[in-house]
Design a protein around this ligand. Structure first.
Ligand SMILES: Nc1ncnc2c1ncn2[C@@H]1O[C@H](COP(=O)(O)OP(=O)(O)OP(=O)(O)O)[C@@H](O)[C@H]1O
Ligand SMILES: [Mg+2]
Length: 241
């Protein structure tokens, strides 16, 4: 982790954020503050706007209205470089598995090879290190994308459904890796529609519905008694549209 740690980028302050496309309001006057370390989970049904919101938080999309500030300063390229994002569909380079990791390690380090091998072993991808990354299975690609994101030494990690369509073993491996990263002080903002994953990982929940954050609570309080009707229905396993 870079000097200063995650606290230097916190709080994340989002004010009256809006995003419109094709005449539709997709992110609707969203305001919230994430001030605490740990894992903040943005949860909600398909199409709620979770992926769009995460892109806005990382500065990959320009908001139509409102502001995103990290550590008391408007989001800029310098703040973005201190963050890493893992996408819903893993984005890998047209290189070998090892090449994807080596690319993000600092050029100057003379222990780069050893670092790269250690990262690949930890991700369970050492055997496949010479293969083109695009030949990995979906779950392996996601593990590589996460390992690469962590190898950049971010202070904040933004994850969009990192375990969608992965089996329970791969999901467990990724969740364990995230727990370890959290324990070492990394701030994590994780988007998921998976209730089980939210229960296992979240320190706090932001529940999203139709482009709005309808509630934000510590995870234990949220699961004991969601405040909004939409979240109550979702937690009860009812279909929420
Ligand atoms: N660039 C865009 N232009 C127009 N509409 C878009 C654009 N990007 C997303 N949308 C729409 O915005 C809505 C929210 O999309 P988003 O991908 O953020 O949902 P989500 O909550 O991440 O859903 P899922 O759980 O399925 O991943 C969807 O109805 C989607 O079709
Ligand atoms: Mg999404």
């Amino acid at each position: 982790m870079a000097a200063g740690g995650a606290s230097a980028l916190l709080p994340l302050e989002v004010a009256s954020l809006g995003f419109t496309a094709g005449g539709e309001t997709l992110i609707d006057r969203v305001s919230f503050v994430i001030a605490e370390p740990g894992i903040s989970v943005i949860m909600g049904p398909n199409g709620a706007g979770k992926s769009l919101l995460l892109r806005l938080l990382h500065g990959l999309l320009e908001p139509g209205a409102g502001t995103v500030a990290w550590g008391g300063r408007p989001l800029d390229a310098a703040a973005r470089r201190r963050q890493a994002m893992v996408f819903q569909k893993p984005v890998l380079m047209r290189r070998s598995v090892a090449g994807n990791i080596d690319f993000v390690l600092p050029r100057r380090r003379d222990d780069r090879r050893a670092r790269c091998d250690a990262i690949l072993r930890e991700a369970g991808l050492y055997r496949q290190r010479r293969q083109p990354a695009r030949l990995l299975s979906g779950g392996e690609q996601q593990r590589l994308a996460l390992a690469r994101a962590l190898a950049t030494g971010p202070e904040v990690l933004l994850l969009d459904e990192p375990c969608a369509s992965l089996d329970s073993g791969t999901t467990l491996a990724i969740e364990n890796r995230l727990q370890a990263a959290r324990a070492s002080g990394l701030k994590i903002v994780l988007v998921t529609h998976d209730l089980g994953q939210a229960r296992r990982l979240a320190d706090e929940i932001l529940f999203m519905h139709r482009g709005r954050i309808v509630e934000q609570q510590p995870a234990a309080a949220f699961f004991a008694a969601p405040r909004s009707a939409e979240a109550r229905a979702y937690v009860a396993g009812k279909i929420v549209l």
